[in-house]
Design a protein around this ligand. Structure first.
Ligand code: SF4
Ligand SMILES: [Zn+2]
Ligand SMILES: [Zn+2]
Length: 373
């Protein structure tokens, strides 16, 4: 798409040619784009950033006219920019979609309560409806309670499993079949890198998909920021003066992800294009067809006396539903229900015998490490 610089009659005086925007050649360059180091003025930056997101949406046919779309809104920079931009592009290009903000309250005091206050302000600022779904109402646990019971080490594993289900349930409650999230290019490159480093080939192939939908699930998920650099999202939010929440979660990200993130940042400092290059590499990967494994199917979840759980082994059947909560699951009981069962056992043991509970928590941690999500 050709670039049309926005009109600005005020051409700065006494500006050296080298300082002029490389796109409009009229205004002073203010931003060096992290993506390609191009020096651009503020208005051209807004224009190219918005146009790139629009092009991603259009070329991947993300939206259907009349569709209701929920933005997974955390109050952080990515989802705030996403909500703002989707509203803007929807009006500018007539996508004809109906946007709703959908937030998850994990129950993390000092973090999520504050970030939800931001989402509530965004609701007013962008005039968009907001629905909040909490772990407390869905699972009768908060993340703070889970961490107190099972330790901080696997907090993101629990949180990730529960959030995925919570978003689907929130969307279903609103009659919405499409959830968009603010995952950006850095997140995606980081995930590709992690899957390569741990040899998780099954997830590697799916990790660069812009849209995913579990078989049998009515809800699709998409990532319009798949090619947007995190630094550009921050710059956009900053120069647009968007109201977002920037504090990190109380519970540190998973150690391995943190290390992969660090590695990505170091690589980006040397070669900015490496984020997109990793995504393109991931997109080009094709896995060899797998030989079918023969494992004797067992259909029950074993809960050991110490509160740890063992996973049932059975063939994956698309569209299976969890026996307890009805959520889509390849096993009889879904991952969330299995984790909840382990937590309940652990909580009961903690009340009876603190020694056993320590042992039980350690076992649960080991079991979690074996889970593949
Ligand atoms: S950092 Fe981990 S615990 Fe905190 S909100 Fe994210 S996934 Fe949940
Ligand atoms: Zn310009
Ligand atoms: Zn379940």
């Amino acid at each position: 798409m050709s670039h049309t610089p926005p009109l600005d009659p005020k051409k700065p005086k006494n500006v050296k040619v080298s300082q002029l925007c490389e796109l409009c050649h009229a205004r002073k360059a203010l931003i060096k784009r992290p993506k390609n180091l191009q020096k651009v003025c503020k208005l051209c930056f807004f224009h190219v950033f918005e146009t790139e997101i629009h092009n991603t949406i259009v070329s991947n046919k993300l939206f259907v006219e009349g569709e209701k779309v929920a933005v997974g809104a955390s109050g952080g920079k990515d989802s705030t920019v996403l909500a703002y931009l989707l509203k803007l592009l929807n009006e500018r290009h007539n996508y004809g979609i109906h946007i709703v903000l959908l937030s998850i309250d994990e129950g993390i005091v000092g973090y999520r309560d504050d970030s939800l206050a931001t989402v509530k302000r965004n609701k007013e600022q962008y005039n968009l409806p907001l629905e909040i779904v909490s772990y407390r109402e869905l699972y009768d646990w908060t993340m703070d309670e889970i961490v107190a019971c099972a330790g901080v080490r696997n907090s993101c594993t629990y949180c990730g499993v529960f959030r995925r289900q919570a978003l689907d349930r929130g969307a279903a409650k609103l009659g919405i079949k499409h959830v968009v999230t603010g995952h950006n290019a850095d997140d995606m490159a980081e995930t590709v890198l992690m899957n390569i480093l741990r040899g998780d080939v099954a997830r590697l192939e799916k990790s660069t998909a812009i849209m995913t939908q579990s078989s049998g699930s009515p809800i699709k998920r998409s990532k319009p920021f798949k090619y947007a650099y995190q630094k550009e999202i921050v710059l956009y939010a900053h120069y647009k003066k968007l109201d977002y929440f920037s504090t990190e979660c109380t519970y540190a990200p998973e150690a391995f992800r943190g290390t992969a993130r660090e590695l990505m940042k170091n690589l980006e400092a040397v070669r900015p294009s490496c984020i997109i290059d990793i995504i393109h590499s991931g997109e080009s990967l094709r896995l060899l067809p797998k030989k079918a494994k023969r494992a004797p199917p067992t259909s029950h979840v074993e809960v050991r006396s110490d509160g740890s759980i063992s996973l049932p082994r059975q063939g994956f059947v698309d569209g299976n539903r969890c026996e307890r909560c009805g959520y889509l699951s390849s096993n009889k009981i879904c991952k969330a229900c299995m984790l909840l069962e382990g937590l309940q056992q652990n909580r009961a043991k903690m009340a009876i015998d603190s020694d056993v509970s320590v042992h039980g928590a350690a076992k649960l941690t080991r079991t979690l490490e074996k889970l593949t999500f």
